[in-house]
Ligand binder design. Structure first.
Ligand code: MEZ
Length: 557
């Protein structure tokens, strides 16, 4: 990293002194000021949505607002005609969807799980640092609750949060039974790490690929179960009975290029987040599929969204090398000793400060020209990773964070010897569909779980509470659907038709279709259009050929 040699010299010159320093602290008032001035949620890039249950009452990022006001991919003359009949239709093949499917294994119900990509392709596999569970000797579910409530700025739905915290130990046991291996100490107890905002160590991990390990066992179990998986079947619309009950979904089979109408007695939305909307041009740590589809689908069914304005920008996104921009460098690296340092070699904030405040502080350093500039015209601050081995002994970084070491070594950067350049990356959708403690939405027949829901985490989620969220609430939503299964009802597009009437009144609406399904920004060119039907066919749709997905062109710059 010759381009950064001056700045790296300054960083090395202050290392010894920094090692002895207490982390800088901020008063609540200063933290608030920092958020107001530098956090992307506060920069006025949001607006009201003019239709639907949140109309004119709260703000959304304009990228999401555009989608909530957009028309469906379905042709105007499409009339659903049932291809598949099931009891429970799960939409989404990440951790929440898979957990829901497994909870229904003994129910005797028919279960279909449809996923836009392949089973397991989701933000779950991108989660590195761990899953929270109050298993430490000084810990309790009440303490877990208090930490997450303070971290969420007191905006959390306390009922949901209580359920989350009270179910952590049981969830870890359940994952263990499925074969999930989490790191242990020599005495066989779980190794617990600290996270930003945890008052005691509470984060269990499998090295730095915890989500991948959790998804591995969930996926295997689903593949061995009675669940019928519909892979590469994207949900393009929810169906309803014309009287307020959700009754299925229209899926787009990406391989065959045709639409598939599924009638279901219950639908569980587990479609994940929306980081791939790349708000304000931010890079993202999210999976390709995270385009907020479930928010749009539920919104058209009259479901309110909570905290739609609130997104989490993970402070340690990679800023260099260019090929890794936006990728996560787990918070656990900071809790194990890596310090956050500006281009002048100064430690300007405590590393375990809440994510939103820490992200705002990094953005400020760069905005005020105290960041290091990369040859690709990005900027960031340093994560002083060599400190990990200095503090904890040689080889610690490689042993505990093999994924990150491997990733950077491909670009001739050894994080045990050289710091990593970081800048906040769009990581998590704090808000989402309003649900109750059983995952029931405001629409009968529709449940939701995981990142697509809002309320649980308030406006700032703590590390490790999302892997817990998907496994606790995925299963709860499924059991609630099983216990409260409505009778089968007709499939219609009444809600969509009503939404279309409302869209007509917005003259300056952006001409995009939603749900978005695939990213369109950040070099990902997606040419995606469903063929428009002239006459409905037997499946209700005349389609010729699959969609065309164009991979990024490496020579376009
Ligand atoms: O929950 C998360 O967001 C998480 C574990 C992230 C990380 O830093 O590893």
């Amino acid at each position: 990293m010759d381009w950064a040699s001056d700045s790296l010299k300054k960083l090395e010159a202050t290392r010894e002194e920094r090692l002895l320093q207490e982390p800088p602290t901020l008063s609540d008032a200063d933290a608030d000021k920092l958020l107001q001035e530098f956090h992307p949620d506060y920069l006025g890039m949001e607006r009201n949505v003019r239709v639907g249950p949140n109309a004119d009452t709260c703000k959304f990022p304009h990228e999401l607002a555009d989608l909530l006001e957009s028309d469906s991919h379905l042709p105007q003359n499409f009339e659903p005609s049932v291809d598949i009949e099931t009891d429970v239709l799960i939409l989404g093949g990440g951790g929440a969807g898979a957990s829901a499917a497994l909870a229904l294994e003994e129910s005797g119900l028919t279960v279909h799980l449809a996923t836009k990509l392949r089973l397991g392709d989701s933000n779950t596999v991108m989660a590195e640092g761990g899953i929270q569970a109050s298993l430490g000797v000084d810990d309790s579910s009440r303490r877990h609750f208090a930490d997450a409530y303070v971290g969420g700025h007191g905006k959390n739905d306390s009922d949901l949060l209580r359920v989350l915290c009270e179910n952590s130990a049981d969830t870890i046991r359940w994952l263990g039974k499925l074969g999930c291996t989490l790191d242990c100490n020599e005495d066989g107890t779980f190794r617990l790490r600290s996270g930003g905002g945890t008052s005691v160590p509470r984060v269990l991990a499998c090295k730095d690929y915890t989500g991948l390990e959790i998804m591995r066992v969930l996926k295997d179990a689903v593949l061995l179960s009675n669940t019928q998986t519909l892979q590469e079947h994207a949900a393009v619309e929810l169906l309803d009975d014309g009287a307020g009950q959700v009754t299925g979904a229209v899926l787009w089979d990406r391989n065959k290029g045709n639409l598939v109408t599924v009638s279901a007695r219950a639908v569980i939305l587990a479609t994940g987040g929306s980081g791939q909307l790349r708000l304000q041009g931010f890079p993202t740590s999210n999976h390709l599929g995270a385009t907020g589809d479930g928010l749009v689908l539920a919104y058209r069914q009259g479901c309110k969204l909570l905290h739609g304005e609130s997104y989490q920008y993970h402070p340690s996104g990679t800023a260099y090398p260019e090929a890794l921009v936006g990728q996560l460098v787990t918070e656990s690296i900071r809790s194990t000793g890596a310090q956050v340092v500006n281009a002048e070699g100064e430690r300007f904030i405590g590393e375990m400060t809440f994510r939103d405040v820490l992200a705002a502080a990094i953005i400020r350093e760069v905005a005020e020209k105290r960041g290091a500039q990369t040859p690709t015209h990005r900027a960031g601050v340093w994560l002083d990773t060599p400190l990990i081995d200095i503090i904890n002994g040689e080889g610690t970084l490689r042993r505990q964070f093999p994924g990150i070491v491997h990733r950077f070594e491909r670009y001739q950067i050894d994080p045990a010897k050289q710091p990593i350049l970081i800048y906040p990356t769009l990581h998590y959708q704090n808000g989402g569909i309003q649900v109750d403690r059983d995952g029931c939405t405001e629409a009968k027949g529709l449940w939701a779980a995981g990142e697509v829901t809002g309320g649980l985490h308030g406006t700032n989620r703590l590390m490790g509470n999302s892997l817990l969220d998907i496994t606790v609430f995925g299963r709860r939503a499924a059991l609630s659907a099983q216990n409260d299964l409505p009778p089968r009802r007709p499939v219609t597009l009444t809600c969509l038709k009503k939404s279309r009437e409302q869209f007509k009144n917005i003259s300056d609406r952006r001409e995009v279709l939603s749900p978005q399904l695939f990213p369109t920004q950040a070099g990902m060119k997606v040419a995606f259009e469903l063929q428009k039907a002239e006459e409905p066919s037997a499946t209700g749709f005349n389609s010729s050929g699959p969609s065309t997905y164009e991979p990024p062109d490496p020579f376009s710059k």
